[in-house]
Design a protein around this ligand. Structure first.
Ligand code: ADP
Ligand code: NA
Length: 350
């Protein structure tokens, strides 16, 4: 079977927010204790929706700084940027030929990002999930910590791996490159692992502070809708104070939170930030008003984010140091990628 290996990526576009932190980066930090990991700044993804960017290099550095400031150890794990490893693009091309257009057309993120006039979206935006599958499978990674919004893309990556394994099954076994794995109860052999998403936790999808039915996002026009990882304490306090809530107090049970998306969201954020379950937090705050809960949430958010922000600022003062970390990570990633690509070229018959 495959050796467990963790891969995840974050785009270098716009400010990192609390959704990125709780949905992804905080999980990376926990996973690095037990697993080998690759953490990638996916700069090639960032040109799918918008082609021209002001300062892609600076944005890339700031994501790497956020990883490291949050506690990722770039000496033990691989921190790098996607465009510096050519295997991502090469494998994505192969996967473009494995995947079917119908699979891509069904992706809800594509529908959201492409908007009304889909014919005007870039071909890269449509093929985004194919590049994402390549990001992960280039390292034959087995586990992918992401937010809940990426679930559909990971299922598609699994479908791509499975179709590649099936279509090339005899070549894979002739070349002696097959690895046994379990699919449900059945033992099968293939070249690419079937990825396990690592999604869960108390806030798998952090919602907007202004509308509990929309996810917190970099692209939301309202800055009050999200807490940015670089917000100072006063800004965090203001945004939480202004967060939309309802007049009812916190209830005794999770069931009673049904139909109260804003209340659910703030509870989930509190639980995730404090590494507790939502039940456990409710046991402490049941019957209390949001006027009491919000200041506690502000205190907790500042306590978690302030040290990360100051460390990010310190790291960003020395761009050369971050570039050296990325360069070292890319060199190590390239070694792994080149091994996979040489197998893939043999399997295809190039
Ligand atoms: P964004 O979605 O803000 O453009 P990315 O696509 O770069 O950011 O996502 C980086 C990571 O952050 C992914 O693992 C994604 O699932 C996670 N993520 C993004 N938004 C949220 C959110 N609102 N709640 C939980 N996780 C999120
Ligand atoms: Na996303």
């Amino acid at each position: 079977t495959f050796k467990p290996l963790v891969f995840s990526g974050v785009q270098p576009t716009g400010n990192l927010h609390l959704g990125n932190y709780l949905g992804a980066i905080r999980k990376f930090v926990a996973l690095q204790e037990e697993h080998d990991c690759l953490f990638c700044v996916v700069d090639m993804h960032s040109i799918t929706a918008q082609l021209v960017h002001e300062d892609l290099k600076g944005q890339t550095r700031s994501i790497a700084a956020a990883f490291i400031a949050s506690g990722i150890d770039p000496a033990k794990h691989i921190v790098f940027n996607q465009s510096s490893v050519p295997g991502h693009a090469e494998l994505a091309w192969v996967f473009n030929c494995v995947a079917r257009i119908g699979w891509m057309n069904r992706m809800t993120q594509f529908k959201d990002k492409a908007g009304k006039d889909r014919e005007k979206a870039s071909l890269g935006l449509l093929a985004y999930p194919s590049l994402m599958a390549a990001d992960i499978l280039l390292y034959r990674a087995t586990h992918v910590p992401v937010g809940d919004d990426q679930k559909q893309h990971l299922e598609l990556a699994r479908d791509i791996a499975q179709k590649f394994n099936n279509d090339f099954s005899s070549r894979i076994s002739d070349a002696g490159l097959g690895i046994d794995m379990m699919v449900g109860e059945e033992k099968v052999s293939g070249y690419f692992p079937l990825i396990e998403p690592l999604i869960g936790g108390p806030a798998p999808r952090v919602m907007s502070l202004r509308d509990g039915t929309k996810k917190m996002s970099k692209s939301d026009p309202s800055d009050l809708s999200r807490i940015n990882m670089t917000d100072d304490s006063d800004t965090i306090a203001k945004k939480i104070r202004k967060a939309k809530t309802d007049p009812a107090p916190l209830p005794d049970t999770l069931e009673e939170l049904e139909g109260r998306p804003e209340a659910q969201n703030l509870l989930g954020i509190y639980a995730a930030l404090s590494d507790r379950t939502r039940m456990d937090v409710l046991a402490e705050y049941a019957g209390r008003q949001f006027s009491e809960f919000k200041p506690a949430l502000v205190e907790l958010a500042v306590e978690v984010l302030a040290p990360i922000t100051s460390e990010m600022t310190r790291l960003m003062d020395d761009p050369g140091h971050i570039d050296a970390i990325l360069k070292d990570g890319s060199a190590r990633a390239n070694v792994l990628a080149e091994k996979t690509m040489s197998d893939v070229r043999e399997i295809i018959g190039f």
